[in-house]
Design a protein around this ligand. Structure first.
Ligand code: GDP
Ligand code: MG
Length: 704
C-alpha cells in the first residue's frame, strides 16, 4: 500500500535558495516554529503533489558543515541522525548554489553519508553562468550517483521536474562518498551505543559535535575518544580533504569547457605555485622584501619635499606671528610635533598602496590559504592573516576586520596579538632610530641596510605575534572548532579608483586621527616642558643672565643660550617627571628625556617622534628638520656616564620596546569594544608591557 504523504527536507548552505524553493512549493501553506528547546527556526509546510499524494516539506536552516559551530546549529540535522524521528524525511532535496559548487558539495556529501535518500538541486545557475561557469547535469549525476536537477528557485523554474522526481519512488537512492574504513570499528560501536543514532557515521559525527558540550553524555563520549586515542581534529581534516578530492574530480569532470575554463585552468596553475607549501611562502617573503625596499627608497624624495615645505611654513609662521607665548606654542609645540610625523606620510601611503594592490589582485586570499597551515598550531586560522597583515598599516581597522573569523577563540587570540604587528605608527619611530643608528648610505650587497633592518623589525613583530598567540592559546579555553574553507577569488586587475579611495581613507584617517592626538599631546608637552617650579627656573635664568650680559661674542652667547635651555628643560615639570621614572627605565638604557617620550607615546606611538622634536627644539631656533634633530640627539652626552646618551644598544632597546609595547589608546578602545569586556584590553596591555620591558632589558644588556 503506497504512503499518502511523503516528507521532504530542504538542506543546503545559507543563501542557496532553500526558502525561495520552500515558498515556491508551499505558498502560504506553512508554519514557523522552533526546534524544541532552541532558537533555531523550523519551517514546515505542505502541498498536494498529486491528487492522492501530499508532500510535507521541512526547510532546515542553512549551515556550511555537519560540524556546525554552535550548539544551536547542532540540532539542525538531528532529524537526519536520529533513529526514531517522526519527521525523518523520505527524501532530502539538497539545494546547491551552482556558482559556489565545490563548497556546497562538501555539505552535500556529508548529508548523503548519513544514508538518507538524496537528490541534488542545482540552483543559482544564472549566477554561475554570468561568471562563465556551466555544468553538464548528466555528468554530475553519473559521478555522484544520485539524481541531479537544475532549478531557478527565484523564477520558479524547474519546479515541475522536481515534483515529478518526488513522485517517483524508484529515484530515492542513497550514496556513499566517504567511508569509515580507517576508523577503529570498536570505537564506532561504542559511540553508537552511547549516542543511539541511525548509523555509524551519524554516531561519530554527533559524538564529535557533542564532545565539546558540557553534559554527562559528552563526558562519556570524551572518555571513549580518549580510550581509543582518537584524533578529533586529525579525523576532521582527513574527512574534509577526502571529500574535497572527490568533489574536485566531480566538478572537473562535469564542468563544461569554454574560454573562462581556460582562464580558470591558468588560475589554478598559478594557484598551485602561489599556494605551494614552500614556493608560496618564499614568494610571499620575497614580495614583502620588495615592498619594504620600495617603501624605503620611493619615499625619499616626497619626504624631502614635505620636510622642505613644512620647514618653510614653520619659518613663515614664526616670522609672521608676533613674538611671544602664542608664537612659541605654535612653532615649538604644535608645528614641531606635527612636522615630525607628517614627513612619514609618504611611507605610510606606500604601504597602504601595496597592501591594497595585493588585496585587490586576489593575492591576499592565497596568502591566507598558505598561512592556514602555519597559523593553526598557534591558535589562529588562515583568516587571521588578513587582520595581521592589515596590522602593518593600523591595528584599529584590523581588529575590526577579525569579525570575519567565526571561531570565538581564534578571533580573540587574533585580536590580542594584532597590536604586535608593526603598524604604520611605528614606522616613524623606527625610521628615526634607524636613521640615527646607521649611515644613510649603508649597503649590504645590493640592499639598503635601512630597509633590511626595517624588514627585520616587521618580522620580529610577526614572530612575536604568533608566539604570543601560542601562549594565549594555552590559557584561553576552546569551545568550538573550525576548519578552513576559503574560496579563492579569481585574479583581477586592481581598479585604480578603488586604490585611490583606499589610500585616501587610510591616509586621512592617519593624519586626522593621529594628528588630533599629536596636537593635543604636543601642546601639553610644550606646556610642561617650558614651565616648571618657578624658583628653580629663576635660578637658572639669573645665573645665565649674568653670564650672557658679560659676554659679547655671538657664538659664545649662542652656546650659553643652548646650555641654559637644556638646564631649563631639565628643571621643567616634564624633566621632573622623566627623572621620576628614570630609575625604572635606566636598566633599559633610557634616560629621563626618553622617559618623557615614553609617557607621551602612551597615547600613540608616533608621538615619540613629535615629542623628541619638541624636546630638542624647545626654545630653539625653530629648525625642526630631521637632520637637525638627529645632530642634536647624537651630540647629547649623558651627564651620569659621560658617554653619548644614544648608542647602538639604546637604539636597539628602544626599537624593541616600541615593537612590543601597547602604546595606542585607540587600540585599547577598539579591543574593549570588540571583545565586549574591559578584561581583555587590560590583560593585553599588561602582557605587552611586560614583554616590552623584558625584551628591552635583554637587548640593552646584550649589546652594551
Ligand atoms: P536560503 O538562505 O537558502 O533560504 O536562501 P533564500 O531562498 O533566502 O535565497 C537567497 C537569495 O537568493 C534570495 O535573494 C533569492 O531571491 C535568491 N535566489 C534564490 N534562487 C535563485 C536563483 O536561482 N537565481 C538567482 N539569481 N537568485 C536566486
Ligand atoms: Mg532560508
Amino acid at each position: 500500500m503506497e504512503k499518502k504523504e511523503i516528507t521532504v527536507a530542504l538542506v543546503g548552505n545559507p543563501n542557496s535558495g532553500k526558502t525561495s524553493l520552500f515558498n515556491a512549493l508551499t505558498g502560504l501553506n506553512h508554519k514557523v516554529s522552533n526546534f524544541p528547546g532552541t532558537t533555531v527556526e523550523k519551517k514546515t509546510g505542505s502541498f498536494k503533489l498529486s491528487p492522492e499524494k501530499n508532500a510535507h516539506i521541512i526547510d532546515l536552516p542553512g549551515t556550511y558543515s555537519l560540524y556546525p559551530k554552535s550548539a544551536d546549529e547542532l540540532v539542525t540535522y538531528e532529524i537526519l541522525r536520529n533513529k526514531a524521528e517522526t519527521n525523518y524525511p523520505d527524501l532530502v532535496v539538497f539545494i546547491a548554489d551552482a556558482s559556489n559548487l565545490k563548497r556546497n558539495l562538501l555539505l552535500f556529501t556529508q548529508v548523503a553519508d548519513l544514508k538518507v535518500p538524496i537528490v541534488l538541486a542545482l540552483n543559482m545557475l544564472d549566477v554561475a553562468e554570468r561568471r562563465g561557469i556551466k555544468y553538464d547535469i548528466d555528468k554530475l549525476q553519473e559521478k555522484l550517483k544520485v539524481p541531479v536537477i537544475s532549478l531557478n528557485a527565484r523564477k520558479k523554474e524547474g519546479i515541475d521536474k522536481l515534483k515529478e522526481l518526488l513522485l517517483n519512488d524508484d529515484l530515492r537512492v542513497t550514496a556513499e562518498y566517504f567511508s569509515l574504513q580507517n576508523v577503529n570499528s570498536q570505537l564506532l560501536d561504542d559511540l553508537s551505543k552511547v549516542t543511539d543514532k541511525r548509523n555509524k557515521y551519524a554516531a561519530l559525527q554527533y559524538a564529535i559535535n557533542a564532545s565539546s558540550l558540557i553534559s554527562e553524555k559528552a563526558k562519556r563520549l570524551n572518555e571513549i575518544f580518549k580510550h581509543y586515542q582518537f584524533d578529533l581534529i586529525g579525523f576532521q581534516e582527513e574527512e574534509v580533504l577526502t571529500r574535497y578530492k572527490i568533489i574536485d574530480e566531480t566538478v572537473k569532470y562535469a564542468r563544461l569547457k569554454n574560454v573562462s575554463q581556460l582562464k580558470a585552468s591558468i588560475t589554478s596553475k598559478v594557484d598551485k605555485i602561489l599556494t605551494h607549501r614552500y614556493y608560496g611562502i618564499s614568494i610571499f617573503l620575497v614580495l614583502l622584501l620588495l615592498v619594504f625596499q620600495a617603501m624605503f627608497s620611493w619615499s625619499e624624495y616626497p619626504k624631502d619635499w614635505l620636510e622642505y615645505g613644512l620647514g618653510a611654513f614653520t619659518n613663515y609662521v614664526e616670522n609672521t606671528l608676533p613674538a611671544g607665548v602664542l608664537n612659541d606654542l605654535v612653532v615649538h609645540g604644535i608645528l614641531a610635533g606635527l612636522t615630525g610625523v607628517l614627513v612619514f606620510l609618504p611611507q605610510i601611503i606606500l604601504l597602504f598602496l601595496f597592501i591594497a594592490i595585493l588585496e585587490d589582485v586576489g593575492y591576499m586570499a592565497r596568502v591566507g590559504f598558505i598561512m592556514d597551515r602555519i597559523m593553526r598550531p598557534f591558535g589562529m586560522n588562515g583568516k587571521s592573516i588578513v587582520p595581521l597583515i592589515g596590522g602593518m598599516a593600523c591595528a584599529v581597522p584590523s581588529i575590526m576586520a577579525t569579525r570575519s573569523i567565526e571561531n570565538k577563540k581564534e578571533r580573540l587570540i587574533t585580536i590580542l596579538v594584532t597590536p604586535l604587528m608593526s603598524c604604520s605608527a611605528r614606522l616613524p619611530v623606527y625610521t628615526l632610530l634607524i636613521g640615527m643608528m646607521l649611515e644613510d648610505s649603508a649597503k649590504f650587497g645590493p640592499f639598503n641596510v635601512h630597509g633590511l633592518v626595517l624588514m627585520l623589525m616587521y618580522l620580529i613583530g610577526f614572530f612575536a605575534a604568533i608566539l604570543s598567540a601560542w601562549v594565549f592559546k594555552l590559557f584561553i579555553k576552546q569551545k568550538e572548532k573550525t576548519y578552513f574553507i576559503l574560496e579563492l577569488p579569481g585574479y583581477k586587475v586592481p581598479v585604480f579608483s578603488n586604490l585611490l579611495i583606499t589610500i585616501y581613507e587610510k591616509g586621512s584617517a592617519f593624519v586626522f586621527g593621529a594628528g588630533k592626538i599629536i596636537i593635543a599631546v604636543s601642546v601639553i608637552l610644550w606646556v610642561i616642558a617650558s614651565t616648571g617650579p618657578q624658583a628653580n627656573i629663576s635660578k637658572i635664568e639669573n645665573k645665565y643672565e649674568a653670564l650672557l650680559n658679560g659676554n659679547t661674542n655671538d657664538s659664545v652667547k649662542k652656546e650659553l643660550q643652548l646650555k641654559m635651555n637644556a638646564e631649563k628643560l631639565e628643571a621643567s615639570y616634564a624633566g621632573e617627571f622623566g627623572k621620576l621614572i628614570e630609575p625604572a627605565i635606566r636598566p633599559l638604557g633610557f634616560d629621563w628625556k626618553i622617559g618623557i617620550a615614553l609617557l607621551t607615546s602612551l597615547a600613540a606611538r608616533e608621538v615619540f617622534v613629535g615629542t623628541m622634536n619638541t624636546i630638542y627644539s624647545v626654545n630653539d631656533d625653530g629648525d625642526n628638520s630631521f637632520s637637525h634633530i638627529k645632530t642634536k640627539m647624537m651630540a647629547e652626552i649623558n651627564p651620569r656616564t659621560g658617554k653619548p646618551s644614544y648608542n647602538t644598544a639604546t637604539f636597539l632597546s628602544l626599537m624593541i620596546f616600541y615593537a612590543f609595547a601597547m602604546q595606542c589608546m585607540s587600540t585599547i578602545a577598539i579591543v574593549k569594544k570588540e571583545t565586549d569586556h574591559i578584561k581583555w584590553p587590560i590583560i593585553q596591555f599588561l602582557y605587552l608591557t611586560a614583554l616590552a620591558y623584558g625584551s628591552s632589558f635583554l637587548v640593552f644588556n646584550l649589546f652594551s
